[in-house]
Write a protein that binds this ligand. Structure first.
Ligand code: FMN
Length: 199
């Protein structure tokens, strides 16, 4: 059912894995088992990617695990799973279903990506880029790409530390995916990233 909310379990923030080893192990993996990620794993992964680390206070905005230009926090994550498409609502650490269709075959255009068990789609919500320093289209575009890089690297490091396989993708049919995901005009797909149990 569209609009359905899935409250995620609290993220486990005490993962005991050395950061330097995660950096050493970080790798792009392109083979996965067709197994779903447990909810706790997804909760940890999304929080690591761009979860809230400091709640908003009055007019002071919240902070996230990933930096963003002028703290715009414009990169939103959509999760593409077998059950459909879900928006990660980081303020409430929950998923909101936006599409009830399995569109995993569209996460990437390479043949091997058709077997992707789960995809993250990094979408820049331009309506969140309100700073005067980000007025031009060029500034918006550059910042969105850079900010996506931080989120993606957080995913890479979480996967390296937990033994999951992941790869970030720019070979994506963005127009098709935008249409299938029913995104708004201000929402621009930057990159996607496959995550799963390594095959
Ligand atoms: C912006 C960006 C786009 C990428 N797009 C793809 C892609 O579409 N398909 C793919 O298989 N790998 C993609 N990669 C992964 C790179 O091929 C990979 O990072 C590189 O070969 C180095 O390997 P490593 O990540 O294992 O160190 C992309 C990486 C980045 C940073």
């Amino acid at each position: 059912m569209k609009g359905k909310i899935i409250k995620l379990p609290d993220p486990e923030k005490h993962l005991d894995f050395p950061l330097m080893e995660a950096l050493e192990r970080r790798r792009s993996i392109r083979k996965w088992k067709n197994l779903p990620l447990p909810e706790q794993e997804l909760s940890n992964l999304l929080w690591a990617a761009c979860g809230i680390t400091k709640e908003k206070y009055g007019k002071v905005k919240s902070k996230r695990t990933a930096p963003s230009a002028c703290n715009s926090q414009e990169i939103r994550i959509y999760v593409i799973a077998e059950e459909g498409v879900f928006l990660y609502d980081e303020e409430n650490h929950q998923l909101i279903k936006t599409v009830s269709r399995d569109i995993r075959k569209e996460i990437g255009t390479q043949k091997m990506m058709k077997a992707a068990p789960l995809g993250l789609v990094f979408v820049a919500d331009l309506s969140r880029m309100k700073s005067p320093f980000l007025r031009s289209e060029e500034a918006k575009r550059f910042s969105a790409w850079v900010d996506t890089g931080y989120v993606s690297q957080n995913v890479y490091l979480y996967c390296a530390a937990t033994g999951l396989g992941t790869v970030v993708l720019s070979l994506v049919d963005r127009d098709k995916l935008h249409h299938l995901m029913k995104l708004g005009e201000e929402e621009k797909i930057v990159l996607t990233q496959v995550v799963g149990h390594s095959g």
